[in-house]
Ligand binder design. Structure first.
Ligand SMILES: CCCCC/C=C\C/C=C\C/C=C\C/C=C\C/C=C\CCCCC(=O)SCCNC(=O)CCNC(=O)[C@H](O)C(C)(C)COP(=O)(O)OP(=O)(O)OC[C@H]1O[C@@H](n2cnc3c(N)ncnc32)[C@H](O)[C@@H]1OP(=O)(O)O
Ligand SMILES: Cc1cc2nc3c(=O)[nH]c(=O)nc-3n(C[C@H](O)[C@H](O)[C@H](O)COP(=O)(O)OP(=O)(O)OC[C@H]3O[C@@H](n4cnc5c(N)ncnc54)[C@H](O)[C@@H]3O)c2cc1C
Length: 618
């Protein structure tokens, strides 16, 4: 293929088999990046050529039957044996069996395994290990390993998500991924002195600035244990664009179809209008179109932030890690929630044909919706963002300066909205900042009052977690609105395109307020009159966007082969395509289906059942 950028490669493969989660998806999305980001130079030199040339085909095996969210609770163990300089991998309980990893059941011959590291009788928490699970000669399962598929799922039928367990499997010490992060370059003379005193490890390892288990079992911990979670942050940062892609494609299908579909005479004897002219159809679809644009912009921002921060981390500067974690976790949750709900609305807006696989919509839905669960269950991710926001709130109250996208926290909440009939973009951003700041403060106040009332920290946290979730969601929503507004304002407003996009951006902001009105009005920030401005503006924006609606989805430029939809075809020949799809159905290849003779004929014509049974035995 020759594409070196891994995201580009991901989307290229997506074009070849759209929304068919590849049986090698985890090899590309997590196995290769984990070797790239978590292995030492020596390990990369050994494994990358094999993995990049499909000799090693791997997955990311972390989740277990009993634990997915709580990584520190994982039960798989990796115990170091200094006598043989090996790790012993074991699945001590039923619930410790790895369960869910993609491409695991039948495809992969290796995996990076997250296991609790034990050495010298002490636990050092979750660490990653390279484990071969199948022979590279004949793909047979290696001794000490049980592996298989987990069975049918909600979707993802093209991916052999599997289970895996170890029975005291021994792997070489060199198979622990020993590069978490730069722990700073230890002066060579110190390293020689330091390591030669402790244990004899190969000289080439001496220059490694990585966490180590030395040959005698001494553990050198990394600068930050969470760096082992780096592959998840990478995928979370990628999922935002993926969710945006799914929502955008669903908008293309449903809006193009709504421009073709005519239904119900507008008045007695009148012609049937395009269903896209129904205000209720616009009310359901146009905000989703706006959301698709907003999430695409957010996806670009978060992935670029990932690349920038990851560069810093690899230079030893971990300062922005908490911010990246909060941003990627929150936006991953926000985008997959929005996209999943939006794709379902697009399907429903297409009536009966939306329920057909011919629409392409069910396939998009079952490909996007697991994003609410994998790579960090959404509620848990939102609470991770909330954890960061609480820290920001207390820093703001101590007068500390906050980084860019959280500077709104701790602001004066006594002000009122500047909203007028015009509905200026700046007033929209101010409204979202006020709502998020208020919800962050409310959650912090709730926590404080519970603690003052005698609750322990973890009890106060759980007792405030609904409000913490609201605050994190409002924070992510603000981010998407402000990021969209910044993108519009960065362009000159002279060109028609940007003027149209300003309406789309305005609709995104207005609709978000009207759909969450309680949170914007609870403290009187908006007057009733101002809400009226917003309601009238939304209806006016529907009329404003209507003439450009099809152009706005065409602009996503998804080819028919990627959409895979009879409803969203560029040429609009929906009905012929649906009929051709039906005619091509396998069951239509014979006039009478074979099951007639065995199941129906005995009911309809019992007297002639005998010869029917003969036929059925053929
Ligand atoms: C660069 C090239 C691009 C490569 C990409 C190539 C292709 C991909 C391109 C596109 C892909 C697009 C879409 C993807 C398509 C398909 C998807 C493909 C594969 C996905 C399949 C799914 C795979 C999986 O599901 S893997 C398993 C995922 N599992 C999880 O995510 C588990 C979630 N749980 C956790 O993360 C943690 O348990 C936790 C919930 C965070 C809790 O951790 P814990 O240790 O208990 O920490 P605690 O809450 O106590 O907080 C402590 C402290 O740590 C900080 N922290 C936590 N996590 C992180 C982190 N990740 N980074 C930084 N800091 C972190 C936390 O903030 C706390 O800090 P503080 O004390 O508050 O200061
Ligand atoms: C299609 C798909 C592909 C996957 N691929 C992989 C893979 O390749 N590799 C891999 O390792 N894993 C994979 N997974 C597993 C996935 O990462 C986990 O399912 C996910 O991390 C959620 O963990 P869980 O299933 O244990 O859910 P749980 O954590 O049990 O969540 C269940 C409920 O409990 C709630 N909950 C849990 N903890 C908390 C908390 N602290 N506070 C509040 N509420 C909480 C959650 O919000 C949720 O509502 C995949 C899953 C799917 C669906």
């Amino acid at each position: 293929m020759g594409i070196t950028d891994m995201q580009e490669a991901f989307y290229y493969r997506e074009c070849a088999a759209a929304h068919e989660n590849s049986p090698l998806g985890l090899h590309y999305a997590m196995f290769l990046p984990t070797i790239n980001k978590q292995a030492t130079p020596e390990q990369k030199k050994k494994w990358l050529p094999l993995a990049e040339n499909y000799k090693m085909i791997g997955t990311y095996a972390q989740t277990e039957l009993g634990h997915g969210t709580f990584i520190r609770g994982l039960e798989t163990t990796a115990t170091y044996d200094p006598k043989t300089k090996e790790f012993i991998l074991d699945s001590p309980t039923l619930t410790s069996k790895k369960y869910w990893p993609g491409c695991l059941g039948k495809t992969s011959n290796h995996c990076v395994v997250m296991a609790q590291l034990y050495t010298q009788g002490k636990s050092h928490g979750p660490h990653m290990f390279m484990v071969q699970i199948r022979s590279m000669e004949d793909h047979s399962v290696l001794p000490g390993i049980e592996v298989g598929v987990i069975g049918n799922k909600f979707g993802y039928g093209t991916n052999d998500n599997g289970f895996l367990s170890f029975d005291k499997l021994r792997i070489p010490r060199e198979n622990m991924l020993m590069r978490y992060s730069q722990v700073g370059r230890i002066p060579r003379e110190n390293m020689l002195m330091r390591y030669s005193q402790v244990s004899r490890i190969p000289r080439e390892n001496m220059l490694m600035r990585y966490s180590q288990v030395h040959e005698d079992g001494t553990y050198v911990k990394p600068q930050n244990a969470k760096l082992a979670y780096g592959s998840m942050v990478l995928i979370r940062s990628s999922i935002v664009s993926d969710a945006a892609r799914g929502l955008a494609q669903a908008c293309v299908i449903s809006i193009r179809y709504s421009a073709v579909r005519r239904q119900t005479e507008a008045y007695p004897g009148g012609e049937e209008p395009q269903i896209l002219d129904y205000q209720t159809q616009q009310y359901r679809l146009f905000p989703l179109l706006a959301s698709a644009y907003s999430l695409q912009l957010a996806g670009k921002y978060v992935f670029n932030t990932y690349l920038e921060v990851n560069d810093q981390i690899e230079k030893g500067n971990l300062e922005s890690m908490p911010e990246l974690h909060a941003l990627s976790a929150g936006l991953k949750a926000f985008s997959t929630y929005e996209a999943s709900a939006g794709i379902e609305v697009c399907r429903i807006c297409c009536g009966g044909h939306g329920y057909s696989q011919a629409s392409g919509l069910p396939k998009i839905y079952v490909d996007v919706v697991p994003g609410c669960t994998y790579e960090g269950e959404n509620t848990v991710m939102m609470l991770q963002t909330a954890r960061y926001l609480m820290k920001c709130y207390s820093r703001a109250k101590q007068g500390q300066k906050l980084p860019g996208f959280v500077q709104y926290i701790g602001q004066n909440l006594n002000k009122k909205s500047c909203m007028s009939e015009e509905v200026a973009l700046g007033c929209l951003v101010m409204a979202y900042e006020h709502r998020a700041a208020r919800l962050v403060e409310a959650a912090a106040m709730r926590m404080q009052s519970l603690i003052q009332g005698g609750k322990k920290q973890h009890e106060a946290w759980n007792g405030s977690s609904v409000q913490l979730f609201w605050a994190a969601k409002a924070h992510c929503h603000l981010f998407c609105v402000k990021n969209f507004v910044d993108a519009i304002q960065a362009k000159s407003l002279s060109s028609k395109t940007v003027t149209v996009m300003k309406s789309v951006c305005q609709l995104y902001g207005v609709h978000g307020i009207l759909e969450n009105l309680g949170e914007f009005m609870q403290d009187g920030f908006f007057s009733g009159e101002q809400v009226g401005y917003l309601q009238r503006k939304m209806l006016a924006l529907f009329e404003n966007i209507r003439p450009n609606a099809v152009a706005l989805v065409d602009a996503f430029d998804y080819p028919d082969m990627v959409l895979g939809s009879c409803l969203g075809r560029y040429d609009g020949q929906v009905y012929q395509a649906l009929y051709d799809y039906a005619k091509s159905a396998p069951m239509n290849q014979t006039e009478i289906h074979s099951t007639y003779y065995k199941h129906l004929k005995p009911l309809i014509n019992p007297e002639t059942t005998s010869d029917a049974m003969q036929f059925a035995k053929l």
